[in-house]
Design a protein around this ligand. Structure first.
Ligand SMILES: C[S@@+](CC[C@H](N)C(=O)[O-])C[C@H]1O[C@@H](n2cnc3c(N)ncnc32)[C@H](O)[C@@H]1O
Length: 301
């Protein structure tokens, strides 16, 4: 799917069973037209069933319960820097004596602190590349603008309230509420896009997995654990659609030569989720929820 979208694009993909990271360089307008993603009608997806991470900074907030995601981010840090050093073309900046702006977006940023760490790593790497390529003295000093994107019901207040002071000195911030399955930024305005641990969120529950009469009914499971082929297929169809919309929107937002960095969890082909430790844990949580639902039904028949 990804390679079909990219057409002639130069891309790097480094994958491990836990985290895969892909750096994609956007092609020219002509090439984009060739693969048919430029003129697509803008769709504005909604969030009928989607909940954000727990807001605030209390004990149950995402801020205090995101160290698992941080491990993956730390693991991908070096590869993210490598992708930028190797693929980002700094000539894409419109350098002049008045302005020299590099715009970064973190899609599905939640409320930190992971997003701040990711963004800082990107900025440090760009600065390093800028110095190395002797670009530092061309035009005005390089300024960074960071667009923090998430669902509109994300706790953006906490995000900006808990932003480290050092980051306020390193870049200017913007909150961008909206679905990353559609356009959230102006065309040709983004130099580096980043997403981690969010692309697996589908825009909707796949068709038929809740339909009691369908062979794709996900029975008593709360996840796609790959035990029922029809269920796996329903999730595959929805993921393909969402991923296509995500890539189409980013293709419009990125400047020609810009970079999109995608990281998240993957499974090697042929390994069912049900046989991974994470799959087992989620199936167990599903069992508990089913038991609780049955008890409530017995109490209020
Ligand atoms: C598990 S959190 C990851 C947050 C952060 N990237 C990290 O690694 O810590 C996933 C985030 O994606 C956001 N998200 C899910 N679907 C989205 C969509 N369609 N558009 C924007 N954000 C979305 C959720 O609200 C949530 O904050």
């Amino acid at each position: 799917m990804l390679s079909a979208f990219l057409g002639h694009a130069s891309a790097i993909a480094i994958a491990s069973p836990v985290v895969s990271i892909v750096g994609i360089r956007r092609q020219t307008y002509g090439e984009m037209k060739h693969v048919g993603v430029v003129e697509k009608q803008r769709e504005m997806p909604t969030f009928p069933q989607s909940f954000p991470m727990n807001g605030g900074d209390g004990p149950h907030s995402y801020i205090h319960n995101s160290s698992y995601q941080k491990v993956a981010i730390d693991g991908a840090k070096e590869k993210t820097s490598e992708a930028i050093l190797k693929n980002l073309d700094l000539d894409l900046l419109n350098r002049n004596s008045d302005a020299n702006i590099l715009r970064i977006a973190d899609f599905g940023c939640s409320i930190g602190p992971n997003t701040f760490e990711v963004v800082q790593n990107i900025i440090d790497t760009v600065k390093q590349k800028n110095l190395k390529e002797n670009n530092a003295y061309i035009g005005a000093p390089l300024e960074f603008q960071v667009c923090f994107n998430d669902q509109p019901n994300n706790d953006f207040n906490t995000l900006f309230r808990t932003q480290p002071i050092s980051s306020k000195q390193a870049y200017l911030s913007v909150g961008v509420p909206g679905s990353f399955h559609g356009r959230v930024l102006p065309k040709n305005s983004l130099h580096i896009g980043h997403i981690t641990y969010a692309l697996h969120w589908l825009s909707t529950v796949p068709q038929h997995v809740c339909d009691k009469k369908s062979p794709a009914l996900n029975k008593s499971y709360i996840q796609c654990n790959n035990l029922v082929n029809e269920v796996t297929e329903a999730y595959r169809v929805q993921f393909k659609k969402d991923m296509g919309n995500f890539l189409g929107a980013r293709a419009e937002e990125l400047v020609s030569g810009g970079l999109m960095i995608l990281s998240g969890q993957c499974l090697p082909d042929g390994v069912p989720k049900a046989l991974t430790w994470q799959g087992v844990v989620i199936d167990m949580i599903g069992d508990c929820l089913m038991d609780m639902a049955k008890q409530v039904r017995n109490l209020f028949p």
